[in-house]
Design a protein around this ligand. Sequence first.
Ligand SMILES: Nc1ncnc2c1ncn2[C@@H]1O[C@H](COP(=O)(O)OP(=O)(O)OP(=O)(O)O)[C@@H](O)[C@H]1O
Ligand SMILES: [Mg+2]
Length: 287
Amino acid sequence: MLSANFGYFDEIREITIDFALDFCAISHYNDYDIKIGGTGELGELIAVLSGKGGTGKTTVCAGICTALARDGRSVLAIDCDMGLQNLDISLGMSDCGALSFVDVSEGGYDLSQAARHPQFEKLSFLTAPINRSAESIDLEAFHKMVREARKSFDYVFLDAPAGIDAGFELAARHAQRIILVTGADPGAVRDAARAGQKLELMGKDNVRLVVNRVNKRIFSGMSTTVDDIMDQTGLPLIGLVPEDHNVILSAAVQVPLLSYSQRSGAVRAIRAIAKRVQGQNVPLSMK
Ligand SMILES: Nc1ncnc2c1ncn2[C@@H]1O[C@H](COP(=O)(O)OP(=O)(O)OP(=O)(O)O)[C@@H](O)[C@H]1O
Ligand SMILES: [Mg+2]
C-alpha cells in the first residue's frame, strides 16, 4: 500500500492512501521503465513541459534541479518562459543578476558565466530574456548553446512556458527526455493529452508524466484516479507530487523548496523523481 504525506499546515501528517489501489494500480509501475537517466559522455537535455499553464512546471523543474545538484550532479537550469520568467524565484536566485540564455546563445557570453547558485554549487542558471518572443529566438544558436552545455553539465533542464506553441517547441525540439507536468483537473489532463500527442508527432517517445498537487480529498471528490489520468494522457508516470503549502511559502520567501523544507511531502516526492532521473529505481510512494 502506498502512503503519502500531504503536509497540511504546520504538522506533517502521514496519511495512508488506502485509495492508492484504485488511485494507481501497482501493476502500472511494474509495466513501465520509470528510469530516466544515466550519464554518458554528454549530459542530458530534459524539457519540463505541460499543456495548461500553472500546473507546476517551474516548481517541479526547480525542485529536480536542486535535488540533482544536492546529489552531486552538475546542472544547468534554463528558463524558457520569455516574458513571464520565474524559475529564478523557485530556485532562490532572483538576486543573482543572472544572464539570459540569449546573452549566451546570441550575445557572446560564455556558458561559464551563467549564474551559480549561492547554496547549490553544482547548479547554474540562465534566465529567459525579457522583451523577446519565442518566435524571435535564433533556434540554431539556441541548440548550439544547449549542445555545448551538455559537454559541461550532467543535466541541462529547460523550463518551458505554458501552451503548445513556439516556446513548447523550443524546449521540446532537441530534448532527449521530457517531463510533462499536469494537475488532476479535467482541463489540465486534456491539455496534457494534447501536449503528449504533439510530442508524439515530433517523434518524442521518452515522455514521462508528473501528476502535481495530488490531494486525496480533491481526487475522491472528482471521482478520478491517477490511473484515469495515465489512461487519458497515454503516458507513463515518473512521479506524484502532493499538494503542499511549503511550495507556496518557500516561493513567497524566495528560498528553494529543498532548503525551505527537508521533509515535506512535495520535497520527498521531488527528490524521488530526481533519483529516477538519475536512473535509480525508486518505488513510487510518497512516504
Ligand atoms: N505541489 C504543490 N503544492 C502547492 N502549490 C503548488 C504545488 N505546485 C505548484 N504550486 C503552486 O502553483 C502555482 C503554479 O506553479 P508553477 O509556477 O510552478 O506552475 P507553471 O506550470 O510553471 O506555471 P506557468 O505555466 O505559468 O509557467 C504556484 O503558485 C506554485 O507555488
Ligand atoms: Mg512556469
